[in-house]
Design a protein around this ligand. Structure first.
Ligand SMILES: C[S@@+](CC[C@H](N)C(=O)[O-])C[C@H]1O[C@@H](n2cnc3c(N)ncnc32)[C@H](O)[C@@H]1O
Ligand code: SF4
Ligand code: SF4
Length: 472
């Protein structure tokens, strides 16, 4: 690309084009993507010895996860209980559960979906109630249990919850802002076999990160937390919440995360709920989403990090389109049928439990489908009409309902709910015009970049994959 051509692009378009050039130079535009989300980054790869077992010394045998299937390692939602549950009900049991074990937090970030603050939140589940929830979960599945918050280390009985969950066959991992990690907490993580945590870093420098997180020193403390965790054999994933304020720094963020020896980088696309509602004016536009997610698609091809945009189901449609363009001939089985690789997993294989026990499809989906203090979790998962709607893609409305990619994408149901009051309505932040809705001569609504910068989508790409992405 010449300098003149570069000047015609916006900064985000330039970033995407550069990532594509990098992938092309590395010979990666081959129609073969690295697995995206196919293997959840929380889980040590099958056959690979988890870091924490090395710290224990000796043979890994005694340290294998209780839910491991002999010779196959741990598979979330792949244990015996989940198989029996599926046979009995016809419903996939959850594979990943995010559990807000407390809403109390030492920070007060301007985007926080939980609007978390320091202090006591009435009605939080007691330790006994937590154990009862774990027993019930374990009766139907063996999921990755993301213990999150608020700030999960503010809950003094967290280690009892971790041990109880692990012994019940779940894989507990922790989502933290990192600033609360002390040498003692890092030591506890090793002793209690935490193999993976996520830590949030939203900007590549202390000044802007601290302003976003509302506390001076939070960047340095989070970086210290990353190093302490790593010294104790705990793998670190970095989460970055993306808005107009930091989208242009994603390349810099990626390099910083790499330099920190993190194992994964998950850009979270802001969902304007909780305190995040006040950030609507800095939310990306649908076109900017397209550019950032296209950058992510090309960047993951050369990145050594497990790299997955979160809260952005269109990423799977974009990946599918770009792979087609590169000559990929994968079938629906490899994309849509495996729910692990699908865009929106809320109610399908993912679920959220709040600090007071409310069950929601995800933390951003502002609707309570039951409460575990009143109804066992498994009954809510099985019987909630909302969950059953979310599992039936034929109920999707608007352009998501008409979209040939609805099986791999599905749109963000939380954003649809917040924008229209109807969780089955179309995703408001997708610029794609489904094929069946296009007027003659109308383009598909994506990528407003000149073809010289980013190979224009092959006009046959859609035709070639007719029906492929659609899982009804
Ligand atoms: C709710 S926090 C809880 C864990 C911990 N306190 C932290 O900040 O990492 C979990 C993740 O969600 C992100 N997050 C919070 N509010 C969000 C929003 N409105 N949209 C997108 N991501 C959000 C946070 O930045 C963090 O990476
Ligand atoms: S995003 Fe995390 S650290 Fe920030 S206020 Fe919310 S829970 Fe606390
Ligand atoms: S129209 Fe809906 S289903 Fe199709 S790509 Fe966009 S968000 Fe996904």
């Amino acid at each position: 690309m010449t300098n003149e051509q570069q000047m015609e692009l916006t900064p985000l378009q330039r970033m995407a084009a550069a990532a594509r050039d990098e992938a092309a130079a590395a010979g990666k535009l081959t129609g073969k993507a690295k697995p995206q989300g196919g293997h959840p980054s929380w889980v040590p790869k099958v056959g690979k010895r988890p870091e924490w077992t090395k710290k224990l010394g000796g043979k890994p045998k005694g340290a294998l996860h209780p839910a491991s299937v002999a010779g196959r390692g741990y598979r979330p939602g792949g244990g015996e209980a989940a198989k029996q549950y599926k046979e009995r009900t016809g419903i996939q049991a959850p594979r990943i559960i995010a559990w807000e074990i407390t809403r109390s937090c030492n920070l007060s970030c301007e985007h926080c979906r939980a609007a978390a603050e320091f202090g006591y939140y009435p009605g939080e589940l007691s330790l006994d109630e937590c154990k009862a929830v774990i027993d019930n979960i374990a009766s139907i599945t063996n999921p990755i249990l993301i213990l999150t918050g608020g700030e999960p280390f503010m809950r003094p009985d967290i280690w009892e919850i971790v041990d109880y969950a692990r012994e019940a066959g779940c894989m507990p991992v922790i989502g933290t802002n990192g600033t609360t990690i002390t040498p003692e907490i890092a030591q506890k993580m090793a002793e209690h076999h935490i193999s993976r945590i996520s830590i949030s870093l939203d900007f590549p420098d202390a000044e802007r990160h601290d302003a976003f997180r509302g506390q001076q020193g939070s960047f340095d403390d989070a970086v210290r937390g990353i190093k302490l965790a790593q010294e104790h054999g705990v793998g670190v994933q970095v989460n970055t919440t993306v808005t107009k304020k930091n989208a242009e720094y994603l390349e810099e963020m990626h390099d910083m995360v790499r330099g920190l020896d993190a194992v994964a980088f998950h850009p979270f696309l802001l969902v304007p709920t909780g305190r995040g509602e006040s950030l609507r004016e800095v939310e990306l536009t649908p076109e900017e989403y397209e550019e950032v997610l296209t950058w992510a698609y090309y960047k993951q091809k050369t990145s050594p990090l497990h790299f997955k945009p979160t809260d952005a189901p269109q990423y799977y449609r974009i990946s599918h389109q770009r792979l087609r363009e590169e000559g990929d001939t994968s079938t629906a089985e490899e994309y849509g049928l495996n729910a692990m690789t699908r865009g929106c997993l809320g109610g399908i294989s993912f679920v959220f439990i709040s600090h007071v026990g409310d069950v929601q499809p995800c933390g951003y989906f502002d609707m309570q489908l039951g409460n575990v203090k009143e109804t066992p979790f498994s009954e809510i998962w099985t019987n909630s009409p909302v969950f059953n709607d979310l599992r039936d893609f034929s109920k999707l409305k608007g352009k998501c309902g008409a979209c040939e990619y609805r099986g791999v994408c599905g749109g963000c149901r939380a954003r649809a709910l917040s924008a229209t009051g109807d969780y089955m309505e179309e995703e408001p932040y997708c610029s794609y015009v489904p094929r069946s809705l296009r007027k003659e001569g109308q383009d598909d609504g994506t990528l407003k970049m000149p073809a010289f910068a980013l190979g224009a989508l092959c006009p046959d790409a859609d035709a070639a994959c007719e029906g492929d992405g659609d899982v009804r």
